[in-house]
Design a protein around this ligand. Structure first.
Ligand code: ADP
Length: 463
């Protein structure tokens, strides 16, 4: 593994360790305050408590804590590779200094009888959780050996034991049996705790590393997918271009034939000519829609640019554009909105226009002469949120219930629509739904066969 990839795989837990120095410094200030409090308040309860050593230890701790704070700010400015090792050294140095101070505090608060002995438990827990396993083993050995040396020195009179009347027992401070019993239990408790915690932390770190590796693999796969999808769009574009050229050539040859020979062509040939012309138009539409779909699904499509869109003017322009087509098909095309507020939608104007065009154009295409196509607009509450609802309703051929679920699938065309018209690719609705979803909207349909269909488009409403 290269250093760079090792660095990239640094687990969040390790990264958190780097932030621990500042936390340690903060905790130590609390410890300094605790020492001063012990000295002052403890004296009231325990008249033998030596105040001066406590105050001196508080002063000493405050001094190296200030130094640690200063070094911490210096280390934070270093480049990442050097920071890692230095931060660990800084934490370990501080922790060892803490142990020495604690040893002194234990001594001045009653030695083996000191109630403060348990503080070492927190230190072993901290080491097991945040530091490397090697350092935890070192912590265990250091604390056990140092405490035993302290107790031995007190028992042999090398160090004058501090007897706090009411708290420590001078007999037990000099009893080797008591020292042995206590030391064994203390060391065993610390060791078992460190072992258990160490095992838990190792499992956690392994899982974290695994999760990170998975994340890297997923990111790589994602990049590959994007690259393949761009490749596909590029291929589709080239294909589209290559296909369009011969179609355009064929169309212009047909037009030339029509112009030069039009009236002279026999009726049957003219019919074939017309059918070829229509097929070529259909093919051009299919290529355009296929390209549109590929572009839309490719990474190059980009995010929808959502803006405030005032719907009535947009729909009015759309109806005006489609009016001729509707008239040619013998249909009435009407808009139905009341001009009240709540017609502002959060949408991408170009995408929304494409969506509405598609729905209105389908409604015209799949209607019979004499029918009406209407576009309505309303403010609705749905799922506890405000929406604008656009309904495009027709009285056309309708859709059978069993065909509704497949309607938005690419290339799907209902049997009725195939009978009704040969024009159609089955791609428009797939494109439309994806456009709607890219804007955070929804598209649904209600329909009764032979009676008509209503396409319901919902977009987030703005106030
Ligand atoms: P097409 O180019 O075939 O119209 P669309 O994707 O726009 O493609 O529509 C897919 C199919 O859904 C259509 O072929 C038709 O079968 C059905 N459809 C769409 N709109 C309507 C409608 N307003 N009334 C009835 N059927 C419809």
């Amino acid at each position: 593994m290269t250093p760079a990839s090792r660095d990239a795989l640094r687990t969040p837990l390790e990264a958190a360790t780097l932030a621990r120095v500042a936390w340690l410094v903060g905790m130590r200030w609390a410890f300094v305050a605790g020492l001063v409090l012990c000295a002052v308040a403890g004296r009231m309860l325990l008249p033998d408590l030596p105040v001066l050593p406590f105050l001196l230890l508080a002063l000493l701790t405050g001094a190296y804590n200030t130094l640690a704070h200063f070094l911490n700010s210096r280390v934070a400015a270093l480049p990442e590779e050097r920071k890692q090792a230095l931060v660990h050294a800084l934490i370990q140095g501080q922790i060892i200094a803490d142990w020495l101070v604690l040893l002194a505090v234990v001594h001045y608060s009653g030695g083996i009888e000191s109630p403060l002995l348990q503080v070492f438990v927190f230190h072993v827990v901290l080491s097991a959780v945040f530091l490397r396993p090697r350092f935890t083993v070192f912590a265990l050995l250091f604390i056990t050996v140092a405490l035993n040396l302290l107790f031995a020195a007190e028992a042999t009179g090398l160090l004058q034991p501090v007897v706090l009347r009411g708290l420590s027992n001078p007999e037990r401070q000099h009893s080797w049996l008591h020292i042995l019993h206590f030391s064994l239990w203390h060391a065993l408790t610390l060791a078992v705790m460190a072992l258990l915690l160490g095992a838990v932390m190792r499992g956690l770190r392994r899982r974290e590393a695994e999760a990170l590796r998975m994340r890297h693999r997923l990111e790589q796969a994602n990049r590959d997918i994007l690259r393949i999808s761009e490749e596909r769009v590029r291929l589709m574009r080239t294909m589209g271009h290559e296909l369009r050229s011969p179609i355009a050539a064929a169309q212009s040859m047909l037009s030339a034939l029509e112009l030069s020979q039009g009236p002279a062509l026999p009726e049957a040939v003219r019919g074939i000519h017309q059918r070829i012309s229509q097929r070529l138009l259909g093919l051009t539409a299919l290529i355009s829609e296929l390209l549109e779909l590929a572009e839309q699904r490719g990474s190059a499509a980009g995010q929808a640019v959502l803006r405030r869109v005032d719907l009535p003017p947009m729909l009015e322009a759309l109806l005006a554009d489609q009016m001729d087509r509707a008239r040619e098909a013998g249909l009435a095309l009407v808009g139905d909105w009341d001009g009240q507020a709540a017609h502002l939608a959060g949408a991408d104007p170009l995408r929304l226009q494409r969506v509405c065009e598609n729905l209105v154009s389908n409604a015209i295409k799949y209607s019979r002469p004499g029918g009406t196509v209407s576009v309505s607009l309303a403010a609705v509450e749905w799922d506890g949120a405000p929406w604008v609802e656009i309904r495009v309703r027709d009285e056309g051929i309708g859709i059978a219930p069993d065909q509704l679920p497949r309607l938005f699938t690419e290339f799907y065309r209902t049997p009725q629509s195939r009978r009704h018209t040969t024009q159609g690719t089955g791609l428009g609705l797939a494109i439309t739904r994806e456009l709607v979803e890219s804007m955070g909207g929804t598209l649904g349909v209600e329909s009764v066969l032979d009676k008509g269909s209503t396409f319901i488009l919902r977009l987030p409403r703005l106030s």
